[in-house]
Design a protein. Structure first.
Length: 244
């Protein structure tokens, strides 16, 4: 089973006390913008909004507000008798990088990271299925919010309570010797994604193959396959598989 690292180096000042309320609810959102723009907005004191977790297209997880504090993510809301203030006090908010237009897909790497995180939180805080919701479910008046549009719901939420699927096969690779400049590790499967590490020629790498941005390189060919591990991705054209 893949264990996803959680980056806790970006903290939001926008939070308050839970006032003794116990965590019993999970609310999923979409950023309606890029990972980086959402990170800047959610950590800006002038925005007066925040969330507990933010997940990139590539599956990178950042925690902006500690679980024991209330993040400011619910807005005007109501659910099963809970008022806005009660929802804020008892919920965890999770933002997914997505344009929220119903056409922008949620990549496999992102869904896998979101499933891992949500399942972990559901088990840790014993959250009932009825309290795993989307922002659009709780926002008032109805129709005020549409996020996370296009998320495969309720299959995603129901899956948090099913037996875990068999682990995704992880393969071993190394950076090709011909890649003299080395390979850049990015925060998701796009060339424009944040560079988070660098691997020299011959360095070992492992992960799961996912579909991402198509890269065309005159030396190493054309491919839309990236090899990712917990939100860290390398374009497959720079890698060669290591035989077991």
């Amino acid at each position: 089973m893949t264990i996803y690292p959680i980056d806790r180096n970006h903290k939001s000042p926008n939070f308050s006390s839970r006032a003794g309320a116990h965590i019993r609810m999970l609310v999923l959102h979409a950023t309606v913008g890029s990972f980086q723009s959402a990170l800047g907005w959610l950590t800006n004191p002038a925005s007066e909004v925040s969330t507990h977790y933010l997940i990139s297209y590539g599956g990178a997880i950042v925690q902006l507000v500690d679980d024991d504090h209330a993040a400011w993510h619910a807005g005007k809301s109501f659910w099963l008798g809970l008022t806005k203030d009660q929802i804020q006090a008892c919920s965890l908010g999770i933002e997914l990088e997505n344009r929220n237009d119903g056409r922008d897909p949620y990549p496999a790497a992102q869904l896998a990271a979101a499933h891992w995180l949500c399942r972990r939180l559901v088990q840790q805080y014993e959250i009932e299925r009825a309290y795993v919701v989307r922002h659009l479910d709780i926002a008032t008046p109805k129709g005020r919010k549409t996020d996370p549009a296009g998320l495969p719901w309720p299959r995603f939420a129901d899956g948090l309570y099913e037996s875990p699927p068999p682990p995704t096969p992880v393969a071993s690779y190394r950076v090709k010797a011909a890649v003299t400049a080395g390979a850049t590790v990015r925060s998701d499967a796009r060339r424009s994604a944040l560079a988070v590490d660098h691997l020299p020629a011959g360095a070992a790498w492992y992960g799961v193959e996912v579909e991402g941005e198509t890269v065309r390189d005159p030396l190493f060919g054309t491919s839309d396959v990236w090899v990712c591990q917990g939100g860290r991705c390398v374009w497959s054209g720079l890698l060669e598989k290591v035989l077991p």
